[in-house]
Design a protein around this ligand. Structure first.
Ligand code: SAM
Length: 213
């Protein structure tokens, strides 16, 4: 994780992220969960939410499916919050917090049906290595939905409006992350990582890497 991410995702930074996720971002998680299930067609089996943060995507996905989900994150402070959110949602039987680094996934080859991630890859130090790791642990027939996005253009516009008062730098950062330049760089990284079958879906609400194995 980069140094900036360390500050953002530990201590008070972790609490702030949970507040934002439960506030302006709250409507996006069920929408993205449904997009994942529709695009990937995997509704049961094993799933990892990489860089889950406070766990809201993992929880929305568990609520909409029969998946068993590892809410995976490098920050112990984020995972402590995720653990409480999982308990509060009554989903401890199917969602479990797991510590770890996306560059070195603690899973055997070909063992996971679905790998999702939202808003985390912007903070990975070596995305090519992370992409290769994701592909390694994906089961044949498995899919990924990894990237950044806000569900719909309308939800993105509403968040942008609210975030102007919370973090004046947020809009420019989001625009840079969602830019064509950034997704072109990600396409090149996927190629260098040797991912044989994948697509980058990029629309006005964000972008998602769908790997197929
Ligand atoms: N996915 C959540 C969401 O959409 O609400 C949280 C997104 S937050 C912007 C990014 C998360 O990625 C943080 O919780 C951070 O700790 C995690 N992260 C960053 N680098 C990571 C890495 N190398 N391995 C695992 N998690 C990482």
């Amino acid at each position: 994780m980069t140094d900036t991410a360390q500050d953002q995702f530990t201590g008070r930074g972790a609490g702030k992220m949970d507040t934002i996720a439960k506030g302006p971002f709250a409507p996006i998680y069920p929408v993205i969960a449904r997009q994942i299930l529709e695009t990937c067609g995997i509704v049961r089996g094993t799933c990892i939410d990489l860089g889950c943060g406070p766990g809201h995507l993992a929880l929305a996905l568990a609520a909409e499916s029969d998946l068993s989900i590892d809410a995976f994150d490098a920050s112990p402070d984020m995972l402590a919050i995720a653990e409480q959110n999982i308990l509060d949602a009554g989903l401890s039987a199917r969602v479990r917090p797991i510590p770890g680094d996306v560059h070195d996934l603690p899973y055997p080859d070909g063992s996971v049906d679905l790998i999702v991630s939202r808003g985390s890859l912007f903070f990975w130090e070596d995305r090519e290595r992370a992409f290769a790791e994701i592909y390694r642990v994906l089961r044949p027939g498995g899919r990924t939905f990894v990237g950044g996005g806000f569900g719909t253009a309308a939800l993105k516009a509403a968040i942008t409006e609210k975030m102007r008062t919370i973090d004046p730098e947020w809009e420019a950062k989001a625009a840079e992350r969602m830019s064509r330049q950034n997704t072109d760089a990600i396409r090149r990284e996927l190629e260098t990582a040797g991912i044989p079958d994948c697509e980058v879906i990029h629309d006005e609400a964000g972008f998602w890497i769908v790997m197929r194995k």
